[in-house]
Design a protein around this ligand. Sequence first.
Ligand code: DLL
Length: 437
Amino acid sequence: MTFDPIDSLCSADFVKVEHLRALQLIRLQKIVRHAYDNVALFRSRMDERGVKPEHIKTLKDIALLPFFKKIDLRDTYPFGLFAVPQSKIVRLHASSGTTGKPIVVAYTQQDLDIWSEVMGRALAGAGLTRNDIIQVAYGYGLFTGGLGAHAGVEKIGATVVPASVGNTQRQVMLMRDFGVNGICCTPSYFLHLIEQANAAGIDMRELPIRVGIFGAEPWSQGMREQLESGGGIEAFDIYGLSEIIGPGVAVECTEHAGMHVFEDHFYPEIIDPDTGEVLPDGEFGELVLTTLSKYAMPMIRYRTRDLTRIITEPCKCGRTIRRIDRISARSDDMFIIRGVNVFPSQIESALLTVEGVTANYLIILTTENGMDNIELNVEVNENSFSDQVRELEALQKRIAAAVESVIGLRIRIKLVAPKTIARSEGKAKRVIDNRIK
Ligand code: DLL
């Protein structure tokens, strides 16, 4: 495989599909054998089903293999899924999650090389090259965002500014003084950076920054418009998760029509989350990923809980690796209000179609008279805030109607003053659940 940081494109993204499938099969057979021989849990689950590594004769045979879930990482905490001796492990990361113990993930040097390669491919696909200066404002540390993006920037030979999160005013100053061309951070944090720049009298649109690589949390088309118009940039969606490698599992190209999965390293499937049945390409369901080349901690048929679909139509960019659609939701983010299934991402998409609101919002769940209730707090922009009460009431109604048209429920909307909802530096917290359990 060639990877040329000068023209910044990787031949693996454009390889003939039949060659890609052949490579995937060889890698799948090898990784299943490796996992079976070295991880007790993989072996026992496969033995329970009577499946042996040699039963994998075609890519379709992946369906013979058992699924794995986050709970399996928790149950084997900290090192129970590692498949190589500690002497071969050069890095650990961990993800805290919302409940209980963190999950721990491991990398060999070769795994790290693959990670930097896929991140390099992601940045290159967004048009970044060695001539660019790229600020990494994902958190550095146990979170995979910072160090993952950092390695990708170095891989393409660009100049990395390892800013990490926090100290937002200083981040803006660095962007301006260093002439930063690209930034990697969560979309909600970039919105915060735009706001802080404005407060300091700096118009982000006039700075050299032209590309944002945003991920780690769901974001809508409306959010994209706010990020692009407020920052004067082109926004790219990047997806990944610690259990698989970190950022760099899939990313948008300049067509912005879904995220290309780096299929030579990660094998995607979509399943029905209720039955576990594999769904045909094009149908929405839960994304299941298998790592094809990660040796410290291979993952076989990992249920991500992320909902999307596989797009098979060829992309205009010419890449042959398939795409997944924007992650529309996580199955465990869903809540049920008055019998209706609601995802926070649906609320965001509806909200941001309304003029005069910002992408700063908070969904508050409560229990009232024994029933689950939902209130949406929305920050209005400075202009709307100075409006007459009558106009604010009309805005409230427009938001309620927009949300109702998407989720089918009339919910309570509370307008709050500009800059009153807490800003996040990493993943934004969109839901406060005060329901009585
Ligand atoms: O968030 C890795 C990452 C860092 C991805 C930086 C992209 C950029 P975790 O903390 O393990 O890893 O969280 C993974 O975040 O299962 C999704 O639910 C969500 N997620 C990540 N990227 C996106 C995205 C990192 N582009 C979990 N859109 C995943 C929607 C995303 N959700």
